[in-house]
Design a protein around this ligand. Structure first.
Ligand code: GLU
Length: 505
């Protein structure tokens, strides 16, 4: 790598919710920037006014805030290279278009959409390029006076890039190696449209990467076909010395591996493809998000990091700081990465297990409240500590832990048939009396005392414990029984045993 300061950018177009693949692109840029002590820029590429969607920019910013991906400069973050919203940089682009016009690297074209359509019908595989441009209506074929007159008249035009045919264009891609394309396959791309006085993506993207001193362009594979054109634009401006290095990331594929992961796959298979819930302002459709589905941001980060990259060994659980240490663009795969949603759930489970019980309890509290439960913090902390290994999502804690907060009113029929024996009522009443007399109700002491009591009475250990569990939980599940009574406390435990005997007798 050159000794140039690392400056990378994430440059979304605000056309809707940010797809999870875009989040991965931003993450890789973030990891790369942090690792090299560089800067991460947030640029909004909003030159296509037809595709602008209100709220998209705010949505993208909020997504990264939630995920903990921090930008050093850009829209809403400030910085020395602004403005960072392309719609606010019109003059800059216009100036650069003029430069290309003056140096003969671009020309004005007046062909209307209808004329272009007619040509496409007439000429098979028509492409606006060196082989056809001299038969079109543009500043290369029309007399200068006519061009000036048409512009003065207010006729709409575009500016096209004049691509020299039969040149080898080399794109150095960190992931894909050397990509070589013959310039003849490229068309004279539109760089600017008089209709809205705005540049197209290609021109704005290159001008900004240059002016913002971008050192590496890390982006999705779908942009690889644009890269040769971008290389030619850098050259046309005489900026080859500051040409960024490219890295085109592998596609995210459908779970079955056939084709690109789309929003529809998420709807079809029931998983989010967006970081946050998205309310489409036009259609009113609501699409689910990772945040609202109960994912921890650190789990999403870890999961995404491994879609297209791995640390070269089997390590899977990595914090964002570890990822910064380990990430390497050279270890990104060329082949698409299959989106394995079950793996995403697994990551969330792992991060729930790792999470501090107090933090987890804080996340669980609002769910308890929503279910009408007011419980002291220390109780909730103990409960999540006992139960977190059983869930993949915080929201699942409710069904799993409910019995700690709500006494059973019904008893699972199957468990009752199997576990509630003829002598169970008598044993349970005896047990309740025994526990009532117990002064030290700590988990350890209860366990010791009850075990001794069962042995002394000569009762069947399994039968007593199974019936005991049924009275406390209402079914056969749950953690260690004295962990349950420990949380419930003596009074509530006795109440549950005696009520169960009443009901089940
Ligand atoms: N505006 C493009 C996008 O929406 C940026 C592509 C690039 O990074 O060059 O992804």
């Amino acid at each position: 790598m050159s000794d140039r300061k690392v400056r990378v950018r994430f440059a979304p177009s605000p056309t809707g919710a940010l797809h999870i693949g875009g989040v991965r692109t931003a993450l890789y840029n973030y990891l790369f920037a942090r690792q090299h002590g560089g800067d991460l820029i947030f640029r909004i590429e909003d030159t296509d006014s037809n595709r602008f969607v209100p709220g998209a920019e705010e949505y993208i910013i909020e997504s990264f805030r939630w995920l903990g991906i921090k930008f050093d400069e850009g829209v809403s973050f400030g910085g020395e290279y602004g403005p960072y919203r392309q719609s606010e940089r019109r003059d800059i682009y216009k100036k650069h278009v003029d430069v290309l016009m003056k140096t003969g690297r671009a020309y004005i074209a007046f062909d209307t959409p209808e004329e272009l359509d007619a040509k496409r019908k007439e000429v098979a595989n028509f492409q606006y390029d060196a082989s056809t441009r001299m038969g079109m209506r543009n500043s290369l074929t029309l007399p200068k006076e006519e061009v000036d007159a048409l512009i003065a008249e207010g006729k709409q035009y575009v500016v096209r890039f004049k691509i020299e045919p039969n040149e080898e264009v080399h794109v150095h891609d960190i992931i894909r190696g050397e990509v070589i394309v013959n310039s003849s396959v490229l068309d004279d791309k539109v760089l600017y449209k008089s209709a809205d006085e705005l540049p197209t993506y290609h021109l704005a993207n290159i001008v900004d990467d240059h002016l913002m001193e971008v050192s590496h362009v890390i982006r999705g594979e779908e942009w690889l076909p644009s890269a040769p054109l971008h290389v030619l634009l850098y050259r046309a401006f005489g900026w080859e010395d500051t040409m960024p290095e490219f890295a085109h990331l592998p596609l995210l594929l459908k779970p079955d591996g056939n084709g690109k992961l789309s929003k529809r796959d998420g709807d079809r298979l029931g998983f989010p493809v967006f970081p946050l819930e998205w309310h489409d302002p036009k259609s009113g459709d609501v699409s689910s998000g990772y945040r609202e589905s109960g994912y921890l941001p650190e789990a999403v980060i870890n999961f995404l990091a491994l879609l297209g990259w791995n640390p070269g060994n089997n390590q899977e659980i990595m914090s964002i700081d570890e990822l910064v240490q380990l990430f390497d663009l050279k270890h990104c795969s060329k082949a698409g990465a299959k989106f394995d949603y079950e793996k995403g759930k697994w990551f969330n489970h792992e991060y729930i297990m790792k999470k501090d019980n107090t933090e987890l309890a804080e996340l669980f509290m609002p769910i308890l409240k929503a279910n009408g439960i007011e419980a002291p913090m220390d109780k909730v902390v103990t409960v999540v500590g006992l139960m977190k290994d059983r869930v993949s999502f915080v929201k699942d804690l409710w069904e799993t832990c409910k019995f700690f907060f709500v006494a059973p009113t019904e008893y699972d029929e199957k468990t009752r048939k199997k576990r509630w024996k003829e002598d169970s009522p008598a044993h349970m009443l005896e047990l309740a009396d025994f526990l009532e007399a117990l002064e030290d109700f700590s988990v350890e002491n209860q366990e010791k005392a009850v075990m001794a009591w069962i042995a002394e009475k000569g009762y069947h250990l399994g039968n007593v414990m199974n019936a005991f569990r049924l009275t406390l939980v209402g079914e056969g599940k749950g953690p260690h029984i004295f962990d349950i009574t420990g949380v419930l406390g003596k009074e509530e435990s006795l109440r549950r045993i005696r009520r169960a005997v009443e009901v089940l007798k």
